[in-house]
Write a protein that binds this ligand. Structure first.
Ligand code: GDP
Ligand code: ZN
Length: 393
């Protein structure tokens, strides 16, 4: 995509989904002239004669056979037109096709944001914003879209240029610490519920998310596939996965479910290992559940246990999926695990794998006494043609 300022460029800004209205934006020296070829306002005012800020209702028509669509055109500046047409993909596609036929360059909404953004990190943040699942995540991305990370990268480059390598190294290390957090601004944290059948995995999931997402049955072995449910815990997007109970089984279908469950354990940011308070047998736990990098052990069905002696070693929480006892504490424990450090308002956060990779490379260059290479890597991040993940592999 060219960034030539002489070019006239159009993009559909709205998603390709069903809705009342779609928006096509056109910017560049020929935006007004080209739109005037197809658009006739009811008042017969051509766009070239309309003042900036004027909104016109009219028809879009490319040929006599064309039905001519009624739409609204806003002239926002002498080189910026916004066309609001019927929703869905057809009307907007017709408009971009017509504009393309007269020489307009057509791009995606991401190209559009990239064009306007002052630097590539800001552009990435703007493109990532729609992926934020919660307000809290969106606010952190908004900080980056407003230049928080760009400013920090500029500061690191300045430190390198001033030969303050140790400071630059520290600044990069601080950013990298927030990498795992940053990646979750666009992708929920993954929490897997695991344990033997019938301990209450599905019931506890339903209790935590507040509605019946998983089928709860009395018969062990009900949850054969991995079920997902995404929710916000304390403002953070979390995807729960309810897995098949892990145990020895001769049932082929159940074995397949167990295999999937074990796969899910590997991908998880946190595993909740459930135990049954009426039948505590931690020593019989499947090997796959014994040595997990991040796990919280939960003893469920405490409402049924009269004199329960909880093992004091390790992290053990007690819940009842029926009465809800212990569930708020469990949710706090989950959030503390997933988000141990919470960046403040306006703080710089790397939020894509590419950003994190390039920061790591810059750090490596600094540690290898190659400050010029480090500086170059960091300025690449800011430049409009930022490296794609493929370039840095
Ligand atoms: P899963 O196989 O681990 O998913 O277990 P389920 O959630 O399907 O629950 C198995 C059975 O235990 C169901 O009859 C639930 O109603 C019951 N159950 C689950 N959690 C609790 C609990 O905390 N207390 C009591 N009393 N029953 C529970
Ligand atoms: Zn279940």
């Amino acid at each position: 995509m060219s960034t030539d300022s002489e070019k006239t460029f159009a993009a559909v800004l709205t998603p390709p989904a069903r809705g009342a209205i779609a928006t096509v934006a056109v910017r560049g020296p020929a935006a007004v002239e080209w739109s005037d070829r197809f658009f006739t306002s009811l008042s017969k005012t051509p766009l070239c004669q309309a003042k900036a800020g004027r909104i016109l209702v009219g028809n879009w028509q490319a040929s006599d056979e064309d039905l001519g669509e009624e739409l609204v055109v806003a002239k926002l500046a002498s080189d910026y037109i916004e066309i609001h047409c019927h929703g869905g993909v057809q009307a907007s596609r017709r408009i971009t096709r017509h504009l393309e036929s007269v020489g307009c360059e057509i791009g995606t909404w991401q190209d559009w944001t990239r064009q306007k953004a002052p630097d590539a990190i800001v552009a990435e943040a703007q493109a990532a914003l729609p992926e934020a699942a919660t307000k809290q995540a969106a606010l952190h991305l908004l900080d980056q879209a407003q230049g928080a990370l760009s400013r920090e990268v500029v500061a690191i480059i300045a430190a390198i240029e001033a030969a303050n390598f140790e400071i630059a190294d520290q600044q990069i290390a601080q950013l990298l610490q927030l990498g795992p957090f940053g990646l979750h601004l666009t992708r929920p944290w993954s929490v897997v519920l695991a344990g033997p059948p019938n301990v209450g995995k599905s019931s506890l999931l339903n209790k935590m998310i507040g509605y019946d997402r998983a089928i709860v049955l009395d018969m062990p072995g009900t949850t054969r596939d991995v079920l997902h449910a995404t929710t916000a815990l304390d403002g953070w997007p979390v995807q729960f996965s309810d897995t098949a109970g892990i145990r020895q089984s001769d049932d082929v279908l159940e074995q397949a479910g167990i295999l999937k469950a074990k796969g899910a354990l590997q991908q998880a940011d946190l595993v909740l290992v459930l135990h049954d308070a009426t039948n505590l047998r931690p020593h019989e736990l499947d090997d796959s559940l014994k040595e997990l990098p991040a796990a919280v052990h939960v003893v469920n069905k405490i409402d049924l246990a009269t004199d329960l002696a909880l093992p004091t070693s390790g992290e053990m929480l007690a819940t009842s999926a029926v009465t809800g006892q212990g569930v708020p504490e469990l949710i706090s424990a989950i959030v503390d695990h997933l988000v141990p450090v919470r960046p403040g308002e306006g703080q710089a956060i790397p939020f894509t794998l590419t950003l994190i990779e390039v920061l790591k490379q810059a750090q490596q260059f600094l540690q290898n006494q190659q400050p010029d290479a480090a500086r170059q890597r960091l300025s690449d991040l800011l430049s409009k043609t930022s490296p794609s993940p493929a370039d840095i592999a």
